[in-house]
Design a protein around this ligand. Structure first.
Ligand code: SF4
Length: 143
């Protein structure tokens, strides 16, 4: 069975910044065709559950309290790529709009719910490395 790296919150892990999941209703169908490897770059990068929300701004990632958490996001992205290499994973499914996982859109850094085109730190790294990156809105294309 082909393996897919997937945002851990999409399979039901309560790892988002609020300590909740973003469970996706197509997960069961995905499991019929693929082995899902859950991964949360922010938690693996050393951030807590729950945590202050973060947004990308000026090439860095800053949380809502003004703390620079770029190092945590970069560490999470590097670990995600290492897992892909180790397990020979060629596909990833990520949670849209996250500063780590966003595939097409992220928030603009002003903490005012304004979306811009862009990718999360982990999604961007994996795409640059040749992994096929899908958002949760594109899962149907894999079924
Ligand atoms: S970093 Fe990614 S996997 Fe972790 S909670 Fe945010 S969207 Fe989900």
């Amino acid at each position: 069975m082909e393996k897919i790296l997937i945002s851990a919150c999409l399979i039901g892990d309560k790892v988002n910044y609020l300590g909740k999941s973003n469970y996706h209703p197509l997960i069961e169908q995905l499991l019929e065709k693929y082995e899902l490897v859950p991964f949360c770059p922010e938690v693996e990068g050393g951030l807590s559950i729950p945590r202050s929300p973060s947004e990308q701004h000026g090439g860095k990632v800053i949380n809502s309290k003004g703390k620079d958490v770029t190092v945590n996001f970069v560490k999470g992205a590097d670990l995600a790529y290492n897992i892909c290499l180790y397990l020979n994973i060629k596909i990833a499914i990520f949670k849209e709009r996250s500063p780590s996982c966003g595939v097409h859109h992220i928030y603009d850094g002003s903490f005012s719910n304004k979306l811009i085109e862009g990718m999360g730190v982990t999604a961007s790294l994996l795409k640059r490395k040749g992994i096929a990156v899908y958002s949760e809105d594109e899962i149907a294309a894999l079924l």
